[in-house]
Design a protein around this ligand. Structure first.
Ligand SMILES: Nc1ncnc2c1ncn2[C@@H]1O[C@H](COP(=O)(O)OP(=O)(O)OP(=O)(O)O)[C@@H](O)[C@H]1O
Ligand SMILES: [Mg+2]
Length: 576
């Protein structure tokens, strides 16, 4: 049940929460003492008794009440921050470990809003909401007990009204508030997702003159969030209005019934005054309880959205993924084998690999070529175990990849993605991303091998220059070379390069071909290339088409044997 989840967040903070709550209680108790003292003062005034002691008691009650309440508030806020931190930590931890198949269907902007917005909601409900309600409940009980001591009949009148009213409120209004609040949070998430979409493709948006349209779409989502927020506000106003009315009705009733009882001599005037004061005291806690109930609905909505992510399965990473290179230098290269591999991205998706079979011996350069959509990048995604294949076997170093501990498998592979992403941060951070223990020498070597030296000297702060969000401050080719240098620094036993040289000019491509050839003498290199010039001297070339391997051989063999390859080569002027 969701409410249990809600309390699971509170549990780690129970002690400090209780301490804070108790302080609040002491503060409230000091407050409660005041009407009693006031009654005695009125009585003393009537009987011309000295009031020095009473005044002192009153002063102490005020001071203690104020200081202790302030302390209690601070402790509550502290707990609140702790709860937000805990929730964010859990959520982020979960998000970064999600399976790729789930990540493919999530919107980054929406995820962001869950980490920022929903956790804040959680905080409000768990501190203000729950604690104030509990606090208020004590206050309420205290006031009720004292009121009972004043006059039982009057109390019955008040109780009846309060019970009917709170019951109605929880039964009717609160569930609606919860539902509407969840929709408001969803609309906020949508706004984030839409904004993220436009910001990620800022250049595409501008180039296509789609600013107005994108702005309209985002504003629409924001307006929807506003509308949902207004709906919530209407229900909250309604609940506040009812609270107010109920208290006023109670006041009038008490005045009427109490006046009659004073007239008949059943109650002293000072008793009625004290009772009315307590009634005023009730207003605050009842208001708080109602607010607490409202906030509880907000919190439940937030927990719902947080849970949606927490319920998604994560990858099974047995050992924490090592950030440093796990393999000792000089460890031998490893081979790869695909045997009848069948794979589709989802149950209702078309088959992408339809019995893929090929074999890569340890060491050397193997190329994967074939038309777009043939399933080449998917080979790498399966090797990294971003997705699990449905049948067949994939082995790395003669070991089924399902038997490899995930972190170890990934530490063995170096992977340069097709769109060679660079993270925001400095150039150095990007290069050392997977090899934080690399020496300056190794770094310098990787830079010179990937011909990044010129770039580094040109940049204002050299290696410490920020590269911008996703590396936008670099050129496409520079990004590719950074990604390759990063992969090389990791010293993988199997290097996967996906179109890694597609954006390089002829000179840089030639240079990188040399680097790749050099790397292939130490590690196994598997490269996907559209430009066959990159791979003509590969030790072997695997030709893929429509999810199948149609031929394997060297460039010369394939030109002789395979029509598709010959065609590809001919269009790229590789045949004389
Ligand atoms: N994350 C994904 N979810 C669902 N389908 C996908 C996903 N990634 C790729 N596909 C589909 O799988 C098929 C093979 O994609 P893949 O990326 O392996 O092709 P490719 O051979 O690398 O093509 P290209 O040369 O254009 O990069 C494509 O039809 C694509 O639409
Ligand atoms: Mg691809």
């Amino acid at each position: 049940m969701v409410i249990r989840e809600l309390f699971a967040y509170l549990w780690p903070h129970k002690w400090i929460l209780m301490a804070g709550g108790s302080l609040g209680l002491v503060g409230s108790a000091a407050g409660l003492a005041m009407p009693l003292l006031a009654k005695h003062m009125v009585d003393a005034l009537g009987e011309h008794r000295p009031m020095g002691g009473l005044l002192l008691a009153l002063t102490v009650a005020v001071l203690v009440g104020a200081v202790v309440s302030a302390l209690g508030t601070y402790m509550m806020e502290r707990t609140g921050e702790g709860i937000v931190l805990g929730a964010r930590h859990r959520l982020v931890d979960r998000m970064l470990r999600l399976k790729m198949a789930d990540v493919d269907h999530l919107q980054p902007g929406d995820l962001l809003s869950r980490v920022t917005g929903d956790t804040i909601l959680l905080r409000v409900v768990l501190t203000n909401g729950v604690v104030n309600s509990i606090n208020a409940a004590f206050l309420l009980v205290g006031a009720i007990v004292l009121m009972a001591a004043m006059d039982g009949v009057l109390l019955m009148v008040v109780m009846l009204l309060v019970v009917v009213f709170i019951g109605g409120l929880t039964g009717l209004i609160m569930p609606t508030i919860r539902r509407t609040q969840k929709r408001a949070q969803e609309a906020l998430g949508d706004t984030g997702a839409m904004l993220d979409r436009s910001l990620q493709a800022h250049r595409t948006v501008k180039a296509n003159g789609a600013e107005e349209r994108e702005i309209a779409v985002i504003s629409d989502a924001a307006t929807r969030a506003r509308d949902k927020g207004l709906q919530v506000a209407r229900w909250i106003s309604l609940s506040r209005m009812t609270t107010r009315m109920a208290m006023q009705i109670a006041f009038v009733c008490v005045l009427a019934v109490g006046g009659a009882r004073v007239a008949s001599g059943a109650l002293e005037l000072s008793g009625l005054i004290a009772f009315l004061l307590y009634l005023f005291y009730l207003i605050a806690p009842i208001g708080q309880i109602v607010e607490g109930l409202v906030q509880l609905q907000h919190g439940l909505a937030a927990v719902n959205r947080i849970k949606e992510i927490e319920d998604l399965p994560t990858e099974l990473i047995v050992t924490p993924a090592p950030l440093t290179r796990s393999e000792p230098a000089g460890s031998p290269p490893i081979g790869v084998r695909f045997q009848d591999v069948v794979f589709r991205y989802g149950e209702y998706r078309p088959i992408v690999h339809n019995g893929v079979t090929f074999d890569v011996r340890p060491g050397g350069l193997t190329a994967l070529v074939g038309p777009s959509g043939a399933g080449k990048s998917t080979v790498f995604a399966l090797l990294e175990r971003f997705y699990d294949h449905q049948s067949g076997t994939i082995t790395v170093d003669d070991r089924d990849i399902r038997d490899w501990p995930l972190a170890e498998l990934r530490a063995t592979l170096g992977y340069v993605e097709q769109d060679a992403p660079v993270l925001s941060g400095t150039l150095r951070e990007n290069l050392l991303y997977a090899a934080q223990d690399a020496t300056e020498e190794e770094l310098a070597r990787a830079i010179s091998r990937t011909r990044l030296g010129d770039l580094v000297t040109r940049l204002p702060e050299g290696l410490d220059t920020p590269v911008g969000h996703r590396g936008v401050l670099l050129s496409g080719g520079e990004r590719q070379r950074v990604a390759i240098a990063r992969a090389l620094l990791r010293k993988p036993r199997l290097l996967l390069l996906d179109e890694a040289t597609s954006q390089l000019d002829a000179v840089n491509e030639l240079r990188l071909r040399e680097v790749i050839a050099e790397t292939a003498t130490e590690t196994t290199v598997l490269i996907i290339a559209h430009r066959l010039s990159t791979v003509t001297d590969a030790d072997r070339i695997v030709v893929m088409e429509a999810g199948e391997v149609r031929a394997v051989g060297t460039h010369d063999e394939l030109v002789g044997q395979d029509n598709l390859y010959r065609e590809l080569a001919a269009t790229q002027f590789l045949l004389s």
